[in-house]
Design a protein around this ligand. Structure first.
Ligand SMILES: Nc1nc2c(ncn2[C@@H]2O[C@H](COP(=O)(O)OP(=O)(O)OP(=O)(O)O)[C@@H](O)[C@H]2O)c(=O)[nH]1
Ligand SMILES: [Mg+2]
Length: 225
């Protein structure tokens, strides 16, 4: 059975326990790209159209990924309204990061690219990052090609997908599930690395790259949206 709840920012600003059954995700991106819509679609399977702007929340959602229950905490952010210290706190809280742009808004893609590079400087090297091109239902107004998003992510070994919060629960669920899988994968690798003799240094970004390649092959075969 799946449980859902929404809490305020104050309630979740406590240190993260990093229990293996919990995963903290943060959603970033320019205003209006559909961060809240993606979150609400994932949590409720619904698209309501209007979302409170600049509202910072953390929603918790119990789900099953690869036959294992996971409690996902997803933070919806007002990135521009918080200071640099809060940004760092948010990033260190997160086990996985979603950075969203809108495929019908080139400026949001340019901002997304800048944000990715900023986040890569600030966050732990092993934190998986997923770049998400939202509003994939608006094909007639597309300004950013799939291949552009893909090339950017390949270069940096990031996960990439296009979704439509407006039209498709499956696309959103798949993007979140893939990120959760990658968080777990990286945790296992970190554990192994800690336990291995001599502390073998792992190339987590390389493992992300392999994972992305595998997903993209699947995407090209099935053409999701
Ligand atoms: N067609 C279409 N519209 C979408 C989609 N996702 C969101 N929208 C619309 O885009 C607008 C902005 O969505 P929000 O979810 O509020 O965007 P946000 O990124 O949370 O914006 P801020 O909270 O202001 O930063 C709303 O009018 C949504 O209805 C989508 O997949 N397709
Ligand atoms: Mg919002």
């Amino acid at each position: 059975m799946q449980k859902k709840s929404v809490t305020t920012m104050e309630e979740i600003l406590q240190p993260h326990s990093h229990s293996s059954k919990e995963v903290n995700l943060i959603v970033l991106g320019s205003p209006g790209v559909g961060k809240s819509a993606i979150l609400v679609r994932y949590l409720t399977k619904r698209f309501i159209g209007d979302y409170h702007p600049l509202l910072e929340t953390v929603s918790s959602h119990s789900t099953v990924v690869d036959d294992k229950t996971v409690l996902v905490h997803i933070r919806d952010t007002a990135w521009k309204a918080i200071d640099s210290q809060q940004r760092e706190n948010h990033l260190s809280w997160a086990d996985g990061i979603m950075i969203v742009y809108s495929i019908m808004d080139r400026e949001s893609f340019e901002s997304c690219k800048k944000l990715v590079d900023k986040v890569l400087q600030l966050c732990d090297e092993a934190t998986p990052i997923s770049v998400i091109g939202n509003k994939a239902d608006m094909l007639h107004m597309r300004q950013v090609q799939f291949e552009e998003g893909l090339a950017f992510c390949r270069n940096r070994n990031l996960l990439f997908s296009e979704v439509s919060a407006g039209d498709s629960y499956d696309s959103v669920e798949k993007a979140v599930r893939t990120l959760i899988q990658e968080v777990r994968h990286c945790r296992k690798k970190k554990e192994k690395s800690k336990n291995s003799e001599g502390g073998l240094k792992l190339d987590i970004r390389q493992s992300l790259k392999n994972f992305t390649e595998k997903r993209l092959q699947i995407r090209h075969r099935t053409s999701t949206l």
